[in-house]
Design a protein around this ligand. Structure first.
Ligand SMILES: [Zn+2]
Length: 405
């Protein structure tokens, strides 16, 4: 009786009777049987006294360990024959975690451990295979992901990252207020995002704005699903990246054009030009100044690039408008084709740039998860199980230290 009670409270074995305990090979083995009163018919729900027992079967399950000592449960099961509906079925096993040979109580313990250490370590510690631990962990993430409420989402950030060294991409969408990645899908075109936006719309989500880069794809997806009711905000990260690219293209043009010593001075300066001023060392700053002093065209566009970053520190839309007017005309006045092109891009995306002063959002928080995503990508399982990879993304916000094993 005492053991029945122990198994009930410690291992959640409710409705079972303890038969005997064995100690074998360093293990504790409990033999159990379904309590008589609990054998209602699984088909027609006829009460236990209408159910007769026929054949027997035995199955062994893994319970919670005590320290390093495994505890096993041997179920002495029966074939149940119902005298009301004549069903002949094996008794159900409600205490098993999914289809595994682990107890649900052990399953919960495993999931809890996966939250603080690697799958590999959990498997090692409990003497289980990597796949068993992973499957239990995955099933739990799946359950929790399905229960996630979407109703309160107001601000999204959308972006892509490369999954296979720059030729395959994945699109992700983050709730900017909770920091949760809500959605991930292969591809970086409108089609990758539209199903998710439709799901939000069906859930009656009052979306206000989406932060994104200046490419057509995501904007098109938002327009297609939400029309003009949701604002698009082009964020600082991607715009400044375009300015950096323009300055690097300028540098490459000069390297091609110049010869001798002048060429040598410019050649190794990529990082000086791309890094923001405040992130340069003293030595870097000196070299940058020297470069600027000898190269007027480069100096001009460098100032433009640094200037552009201040757009997102302006107080309001009016100041933003004035800034864009001035910046684009200065960019065109340099006669630099790369910056003229950037001015053109900024003009075309003006509403999305100015929308910043209405919502004050960016994709920065989503970019901030890039390192955690990199850690995930490096894992041994790689992308063998894409569904599992996505589920890990959906719960990335829960862990400050990422050790996915
Ligand atoms: Zn029945």
């Amino acid at each position: 009786m005492a053991t029945t009670s122990y198994l009930y409270h410690a291992m959640d074995l409710k409705g079972y009777r303890h038969l005997r305990t064995e100690f074998r090979g360093g293990r504790v083995i409990y033999h159990i049987e379904r309590a008589r009163g609990k054998r209602a018919c699984a088909e027609c729900e006829a009460p236990a006294h209408e159910v007769k027992l026929a054949g027997r079967f035995e199955r062994t399950f893994l319970g919670l360990p005590v320290g390093f000592k495994p505890q096993e449960i041997v179920l002495h099961g029966h074939l149940q024959v119902c005298s009301r509906c004549e069903a002949r079925v094996r008794e159900p096993i409600p205490f098993a975690a999914g289809k595994s040979r682990c107890l649900r109580a052990l399953g919960r313990y495993i999931v809890g451990m996966c939250g603080i250490t690697t799958i590999k370590h959990v498997a090692q510690l409990l003497g289980l295979s990597w796949d068993v631990v992973k499957d239990l962990f995955k099933a739990d993430l799946e359950r929790r992901h399905k229960r996630k409420p979407l109703r309160k989402v107001r601000y999204l950030a959308v972006d892509e990252f490369a999954t296979h060294k720059g030729h395959k991409y994945m699109t992700t969408a983050m709730d900017l207020e909770t920091g949760e990645i809500l959605f991930a899908h292969e591809g970086k075109d409108a089609a990758a995002l539209i199903p998710f936006l439709k799901r939000l719309k069906r859930a009656k989500v009052q979306l206000k704005a989406v932060a994104m880069d200046m490419s057509e794809a995501y904007a098109k997806a938002v327009r297609e699903v939400y029309g003009d009711t949701v604002d698009i905000v082009h964020d600082t990260f991607h715009v400044v990246a375009l300015a950096s690219k323009a300055i690097d293209d300028t540098r490459k043009d000069l390297v091609r054009k110049l010869e001798g010593e002048e060429r040598q001075v410019i050649k190794g300066t990529k990082f000086l030009l791309l890094r923001s001023k405040e992130n340069l060392t003293e030595d870097g700053m000196t070299r940058l100044m020297k470069l600027m002093a000898t190269n007027e065209p480069l100096y001009q566009v460098y100032l433009l690039k640094e200037d552009l970053r201040t757009f997102w520190r302006l107080p309001n839309e009016a100041a933003g408008k004035a800034f864009l007017d001035r910046w684009t005309s200065e960019a065109r006045a340099t006669g630099n084709k790369h910056f003229a092109k950037l001015a053109e891009t900024l003009d075309t995306h003006r509403p999305g740039l100015l929308a910043y002063f209405k919502h004050w959002i960016s994709t920065a928080k989503l970019e901030g998860t890039n390192n955690k995503i990199k850690v995930l990508k490096r894992q041994a399982y790689g992308f063998r199980d894409m569904a599992f990879f996505k589920l890990r993304l959906y719960f990335l916000h829960e862990r400050s230290i990422m050790m996915p094993g």
